[in-house]
Write a protein that binds this ligand. Structure first.
Ligand code: BG6
Ligand code: MG
Length: 214
């Protein structure tokens, strides 16, 4: 097999939290009188919480201290976490679960590489606590994607070389991070359009064919 480990982004790959991020940021943006739409929300994929807020503030004419920014992102996260409580194992599709199980059967090490500080909470909501061999997330990094830190840490946690890892991503920033970390990558969703990935997956289960290649 070409890979020994697979590192999955979480949001947009294993599950879909875009609409919850959108609702929470929209609440904050509305309170501040800032225009915000789904297109701007798509730019926040893979980007850290504070960097996401900075993108939203591009349309803000006032000024804000560091402390005020912290307060707004904390407020956003509170709303977001309340919304995440709506998630349950039913949000994990049979295709994703069956593919993960099959990859595990094939002997691959499986990890999460997510910019989110809520990754473990989301995994718990999905019924995936303890499923992955390692979880590298927003809590163990100092630099967010497109920096490769989150994936390099995941490979370290798994005790695998970057060249033996495949990253699965739905965001351009994530594909850039994988490549910068010396890892091949598979794109799902809109990330396919960037034409940067080693593999473009039409559907998640295509991974089973990808890992069988020499
Ligand atoms: C990423 C999402 O997984 O996590 C981004 O794609 C999000 O949209 C980032 O901003 C940080 O998430 P959190 O949960 O730490 O606010
Ligand atoms: Mg993502």
């Amino acid at each position: 097999m070409r890979y020994k480990a697979i590192i999955f982004d979480l949001d947009g790959v294993i599950c879909h939290t875009d609409h919850y991020h959108y609702q929470a940021w929209k609440h904050v943006a509305d309170e501040l009188g800032i225009y915000f739409d789904e297109e701007i929300n798509n730019r926040l994929r893979g980007v850290s919480r504070m960097e996401s807020f900075e993108i939203i503030l591009e349309r803000y004419s006032g000024s804000m201290t560091k402390e005020e920014k912290e307060e707004w992102v904390t407020k956003k996260n509170g709303i977001y976490k309340e919304l995440l409580k709506n998630m349950s194992p039913a949000d994990l599709t049979a295709e994703v679960k069956d593919t993960l199980d099959a990859l595990r059967e094939m002997g691959l090490a499986l990890a999460i590489g997510s910019s989110s500080k809520n990754a473990r909470f989301i995994l718990e909501r999905l019924g995936l606590s303890g499923f992955f061999d390692a979880v590298s997330d927003g809590n163990n990094i100092t630099r967010s994607k497109p920096d490769p830190e989150v994936f390099i840490k995941a490979a370290e946690f798994l005790d695998k070389k970057p060249a033996d890892c495949l990253v699965v991503e739905d965001a351009k920033a994530g594909l850039e991070a994988a490549l910068a970390g010396g890892m091949e990558c598979a794109a799902v969703g809109d990330a396919i359009l960037s034409n940067m990935a080693t593999w473009n997956l039409k559907t998640f289960s295509d991974l089973l064919e990808v890992v069988k290649t020499i």
